[in-house]
Design a protein around this ligand. Structure first.
Ligand SMILES: [Zn+2]
Length: 290
């Protein structure tokens, strides 16, 4: 029996748990092999959980984030691979500082693409997920993650490219994850109001970038995965340095999320198999015996 294989390419440890995590947990539970590839070690991530902002943690970020990632992968039921690049950090300030030497965003595209091609040719995914061309969020590693993923999708099946990186493998479909949607946030905010509560999303909605709504229009694929939302949240909480358990991520009751918005959203960006859009399954049209 052939198996279905899904590979999710992410910039930092924790991104896999906040973007498309319930979908991965669903496919893993259904018997597919799911592999998360994390491009960088997340070494330059800030500590976003006040309870973890202590010297014992600050000095060992790289090591702690490895442990957090292993725990999250176990919770989601996925395999995991580090690609070994160094976090570029989020440049803040005006003008923004230069990117640190040796970081992922400055690595030659050929080099990072070859590293990802090598893992693709070994794991042989039918479907890959990554970010859209804006990165989904303007971190240089997220934007680069898009570029590397698209380049590797194109190159992995071409025997002339990276001949020392394994036997060519054609990935059937490539998706962008579109998780951050205004309609979803508004729906949950309205539900808070219905219950006489002040929702946590007012500021987000007020400052919403209308350009982001264009991405919502690009969604081609909605995967029903509400049953796996609790697993998604547990995986996110496993990244204890990166997520405040009191943050707005966890503010909306699970029952509302499951009832009002039971799906995760994707955009089919490239396909080598015939498809009919919209779809409800990332593997639609994929031939298993290859
Ligand atoms: Zn990230």
């Amino acid at each position: 029996m052939s198996e279905l294989r899904l590979m999710a390419v992410h910039a930092h440890p924790d991104d896999e748990s906040s973007k498309g995590a319930a979908t991965m947990a669903k496919y893993a539970d259904a018997g597919a092999r799911v592999m998360v590839v994390t491009l960088t070690g997340g070494e330059r991530g800030d500590i976003l959980n006040p309870a973890m902002d202590i010297p014992e943690v600050r000095g060992r970020m790289a090591e702690i984030r490895r442990d957090e990632m292993a725990k999250a992968a176990e919770i989601l039921g996925v395999e995991h691979r580090w690609l070994g690049f160094v976090d570029s950090g989020l440049p803040e300030g005006d003008p923004p500082p230069r990117l640190p030497e040796g970081c992922f965003a400055l690595a030659p595209l050929e080099e990072s693409t070859e590293a990802l091609v090598r893992v693709i040719r070994e794991f042989k995914p039918h479907v890959m997920t990554t970010y859209d061309e804006t990165g989904g969020y303007p971190h240089p590693d997220h934007i680069r993650c898009h570029g590397v993923s698209v380049a590797a999708y194109e190159a992995a099946g071409d025997y002339r490219r990276y001949p020392d990186a394994g036997e060519p493998w054609n990935v059937s479909k490539l998706y962008y994850i579109h998780g951050f949607l205004r309609d979803r946030m508004q729906l949950l905010q309205d539900e808070f109001a219905k219950h006489g509560l002040e929702g946590p999303y007012a500021k987000w909605l007020e400052h919403w970038d209308p350009d982001r709504d264009l991405f919502a229009k690009r969604v081609t694929t909605r995967v029903e995965c509400a049953k796996y939302f609790p697993q998604r949240d547990d995986a996110l909480r496993a990244h204890a340095t990166q997520i405040d358990p009191n943050s707005f991520f966890f503010a909306a009751p699970m029952e509302w999320q499951e009832r009002l918005w039971p799906t995760e959203e994707f955009e089919l960006a490239r396909s080598r198999v015939p498809v009919t859009l919209p779809e409800t399954d990332l593997f639609e049209g994929v031939e298993v015996d290859r």
